[in-house]
Write a protein that binds this ligand. Sequence first.
Ligand code: ZN
Ligand code: ZN
Ligand code: ZN
Length: 170
Amino acid sequence: MKREEFTEEKEIFEQHIRKKGLRRTAQRDLILEIFLRTEDHLSSEDLYWLVQKEDPSIGYTTVYRTLKLLTEAGLAREVRFGDGKTYYEHHYKHQHHDHMICTECGRVIEFYSPEIEALQDEMAAKYNFKPIYHNLRILGLCAECQEKAQEVITASGAQPKVRIVGRVIK
Ligand SMILES: [Zn+2]
Ligand SMILES: [Zn+2]
Ligand SMILES: [Zn+2]
């Protein structure tokens, strides 16, 4: 397996920690690497467990602080999905996108719609509001969970909570 280099990201991180008067350490480097290798939305606990698998000597606080440094350096960004936790995803060279979150299984779907983006800008302009950042979340059920919900209904013979009542008769 070819090991990805992440040279640019490492350079950015190095510059940032130097600016903060911190030292580059093997632990921080490993945390950065694992973060960059994982194309997902991770909480600090999630990342901690991934790091633990490779180096059990790294403590949670180090992981948490390093994530904060990555965010400050513009390599990571924070996202919230409404479950009270903070997640981190790649930010550097990653196009803006929004999220659909399944409230049943926690699956996250990333999407990008130029039309929605343009409409948001239009709305902001209408209210003379200067948008800086937005995070659009759509909560609901993913395809799999919809199917499961349907199976439960069929098995129990119960009526679904929400029913789509037939067509409108003209
Ligand atoms: Zn957006
Ligand atoms: Zn789901
Ligand atoms: Zn995302």
